[in-house]
Design a protein around this ligand. Structure first.
Ligand code: DGY
Length: 331
C-alpha cells in the first residue's frame, strides 16, 4: 500500500505531482485555512506531512496522529515544531536550509536599505501628492549605508551572507554577536568582528536580526536593549516574531530613540501591533524574506525530496537531505 501524506498549504503543482508519484496525497490547492481540529482530522492515517510555519506540531497533535512518521517543514526555521516531542515519538523532522540563504540575505539587506533611506515613507508621500516643490535640502534625509557600522545579531548562514554583502559591497564595518563565536577564518571571510551584545547594540548604525527563535531568544530586543542603541540607528528584523518586543519597539520609534525599523516578521503575525501602523518610520513587509520564485521552488522541491526519502522511497531512501533530528534515523 502506498503511504499517505498531507500537504497543508498550496504549493507548486510540479512539486505536488512529484509527491503524487510516490504517495496518496491530500493537498490544499485553495490554501483554505485549517484550524487545529481540521488539521488533526486530515492527518489521520497519514505517514507524512509537508508543513509550514503556520501549523503548530506539538505533543498533543502527535499523540492524536499516531501514524505520522515524518514532518517536513517548508522553511529553515522550525520553531512551530516541538522537536523533542517528535524525537521522543520517532517522528523525523526536516527543514530547508541553504537553498534560501542568499535570497533571504538579499531581502534583509534590501529591507535595511529601505529603512535607512526611507524608501517606503517617501514613496507614500509622493503617491499621496505631497511632492509639490523640488530642491528641499532635508526632504527624507536618512542614514548612509555604505561605510556605516552593520551589526548582526545571529551569525548563522544568513547572517554571514548579510555580513559579506555589507563588508565587500558597501565598505561597512561589520560587527556581530552570536551564541558562539565563529572560527577566525570564517570571520575574516565575512569581514566581521565578534563583540558582546551590549557593544553590538551601542555601536551598530544598522542592526539586523537573524537569530532563530527559541524561548531564550524571546524579546531578545526589548526596551532595555533599544535604549542602548544610537538615536540615529535602524533595526531590521527578518528572523522571527517574538524576538523583538513589538510594543517596546513601537514606543522607541514613536519617541525617536531609534531612527527607524524594518520588520518582515511580527509577534502573533499576521496580526500586527496596531501602533506600528501609525508610525511613519517603520517599513512593514509580510514575512517574505525567502520569497523569490527560484528559492520558493527550491524550498518546496527540497521538502518533497525530504518527505520521499524520510518515508523510505526514492533514490535517497532513508537518508533525507536535511534532517533536523537525525537521531531518529539511527534508532
Ligand atoms: C523560514 O525559512 O524559516 C522562513 O522564515 C519561512 O518561514
Amino acid at each position: 500500500m502506498r503511504p499517505s501524506i498531507l500537504i497543508t498549504r498550496a504549493t507548486f503543482p510540479d512539486v505536488t505531482a512529484r509527491l503524487q508519484a510516490h504517495f496518496d496525497v491530500e493537498d490544499n490547492p485553495a490554501d483554505t485555512p485549517w484550524n487545529r481540529a481540521e488539521l488533526t482530522r486530515r492527518l489521520q492515517g497519514k505517514q507524512g506531512v509537508m508543513s509550514t510555519g503556520s501549523e503548530r506540531i506539538d505533543a498533543p497533535l502527535l499523540d492524536a496522529c499516531p501514524s505520522l512518521k515524518a514532518v517536513c517543514n517548508v522553511g529553515v526555521g522550525y520553531n512551530n515544531i516541538d522537536i523533542a516531542a517528535c524525537t521522543a515519538r520517532g517522528v523525523l523532522v526536516t527543514n530547508t536550509p541553504d537553498v534560501l540563504t542568499e535570497t533571504t540575505a538579499d531581502f534583509g539587506f534590501a529591507l535595511m536599505m529601505a529603512t535607512a533611506r526611507r524608501i517606503t515613507e517617501s514613496e507614500r508621500f509622493l503617491r499621496g501628492g505631497g511632492w509639490t516643490r523640488t530642491g528641499i535640502y532635508d526632504m527624507f534625509i536618512g542614514g548612509d549605508v555604505h561605510g556605516a557600522t552593520l551589526g548582526i545579531l545571529g551569525m548563522g548562514r544568513i547572517g554571514q551572507a548579510i555580513a559579506r554583502r555589507g563588508a565587500a559591497g558597501f565598505g561597512m564595518k561589520v560587527i556581530y554577536h552570536n551564541r558562539s563565536r565563529l572560527p577566525e577564518a570564517l570571520e575574516s571571510a565575512c569581514g566581521a568582528r565578534y563583540v558582546d551584545k551590549q557593544t553590538l547594540l551601542r555601536k551598530a548604525d544598522h542592526l539586523v536580526l537573524v537569530l532563530p527563535y527559541s524561548p531564550s531568544a524571546h524579546h531578545a530586543i526589548g526596551a532595555a536593549e533599544l535604549s542602548l542603541m544610537k538615536r540615529s540607528a535602524t533595526l531590521t528584523n527578518i528572523a522571527r516574531g517574538g524576538i523583538v518586543d513589538d510594543a517596546a519597539l513601537a514606543e522607541a520609534l514613536r519617541d525617536q530613540t531609534i531612527a527607524a525599523a524594518g520588520l518582515d516578521v511580527f509577534e502573533g503575525e499576521p496580526d500586527i501591533h496596531p501602533d506600528l501602523f501609525t508610525l511613519p518610520n517603520v517599513v512593514l513587509t509580510p514575512h517574505i524574506g525567502s520569497a523569490s520564485v527560484r528559492t520558493r521552488l527550491a524550498m518546496a522541491a527540497l521538502t518533497a525530496e525530504n518527505l520521499i526519502a524520510a518515508l523510505g522511497l526514492g533514490a535517497c531512501a532513508g537518508q533525507p537531505p536535511t534532517p533536523v533530528n537525525p537521531e531518529v534515523l539511527a534508532s
